[in-house]
Design a protein around this ligand. Structure first.
Ligand code: ZN
Length: 228
């Protein structure tokens, strides 16, 4: 088999450098970040409420074009941070009918405020200027259900440890598929979202301009309820 000449690799390397240089030239440091049309109106929380109402009736899929993505190629200015579960049924951009550049999302099983999640939120607040953090739990969350059972083992423990304080009536064993009481399950989802919001608010102390709220997403009808 013939070997590729070294000059070919060298040319490819130079081409990558040239392309990177051109891309950076398009992005001027300090230039104002453009918004995709039409822009948002009202408060950040209003925008999410209105977006969820559209999702349940007629989504308009704002800001979901390649043209919008191109405009935001150099910068981002998301108006809200959403910490939600990794569950495939609760994608924040879809349930809030938002688009490219609108939400800074962190997704992890049980929407837990892990060190990595807290670091991501700190970054978005400090560097992207987001003023609203939403922790969104959801109906029938499997991660919360698992927190009713004994500690599971490596890696999942890190999630279990954060959710477990929300569980009022843990099960002694889940070896025989013992059922979690549905009312207790839903209550634990709500308590867990509030607990995580508290952890985040405590972490952001000093950044008082940021509002941290918890929410509950109902799988049955797509409604997001903001919790008191
Ligand atoms: Zn979940």
């Amino acid at each position: 088999m013939r070997r590729t000449p070294a000059i070919v690799y060298f040319c490819l390397f130079v081409l990558v450098l040239v392309c990177r240089g051109q891309a950076d030239e398009n992005c001027q440091p300090g230039a104002p970040c453009p918004v995709c049309d039409p822009p948002r109106s009202g408060t950040e929380l209003d925008a999410l409420r209105e977006g969820n109402a559209r999702f349940r009736s007629t989504p308009n899929h704002l800001h979901q074009s390649a043209e919008c993505a191109k405009r935001l190629a150099c910068c981002q200015k998301p108006f809200a941070i959403v910490l939600s579960c990794s569950d495939s049924r609760v994608p924040p951009e879809i349930v809030f009918d938002q688009g490219v550049g609108d939400l800074f999302t962190i997704r992890v099983a049980g929407n837990v405020a892990s060190p990595a999640a807290l670091g991501s939120i700190e970054y978005a607040v400090a560097h992207l200027g987001a003023k609203l953090v939403v922790v969104m739990g959801h109906q029938r969350c499997g991660a919360v259900e698992a927190a009713f059972c004994p500690r599971p083992g490596p890696h999942i423990d890190a999630i279990w440890d954060l959710i477990r304080p929300a569980v009022r009536k843990p099960l002694p064993s889940c070896e025989h598929h013992e059922r979690v009481d549905p009312t207790e399950w839903e209550e634990a989802v709500r308590t867990n979202a509030k607990n995580m919001a508290k952890l985040i608010a405590d972490d952001l102390r000093g950044g008082s301009a940021v509002k941290v709220v918890s929410a509950y997403y109902k799988l049955d009808d797509g409604t997001v309820e903001f919790l008191k």
